[in-house]
Write a protein that binds this ligand. Sequence first.
Ligand code: ZN
Length: 218
Amino acid sequence: MSKLVKLSDLRLGAHNDSVLVVQEALAKAVGLDFRSGPGTFGERTRQAYAKWQHHLGFSGPQADGLPGPDSLRALGTKFGFKVQDEAAAGKVASPVPGHTVTYRYGIQNARYAAGFHTGEDYASAKGTPVVAVRDGSIQWSNDTGGAYGSWVGLRAENGRVYVYCHLSWRGVVTGQGIKAGQHLGKVGSTGNVTGPHLHFEDHPAGPFVYARTRKPMW
Ligand SMILES: [Zn+2]
């Protein structure tokens, strides 16, 4: 029976069985020596994973050593493990798989023009994958979000627009169709921020209007 690796378990600093399975595969694929930290996703594992991504032909931000679904499935196919991706389950638990909200919606804060926090923040390392929370299409994907930095707007099939801000990399283009769970970019710190995080907004009435948001639900 083949082993199961959960994509959302694979993040810098994590310690779990999924990491161990991936380390065993990386030992065979690129010679990773993980005796100093079996089951722990540290810098040595990240560098080995980046080698695997380069081996697959990825470059730049797509070869940063942080697993995405495509590179992980390729590794699993070659070295005998299965990948559990939230997309396959049809339900996405978080726009940043494996991460929870670190700064809530609606908190009063004079730093924002609206006077309150218009979305939910997910603090995580630069390069952490972000995913579509619902099926839909990409309404915009560009670097001209101003304070929002490099951003993506997802028009979901439920009529809402979900907004992903401060990205370090965008993997989708305007007009593209997208499925729940599909990788659409990476966490970064573009725009007006103090550190890397995803700022995630829910615009229930459709088109983006500043501060016309509610607590994100999907
Ligand atoms: Zn925020």
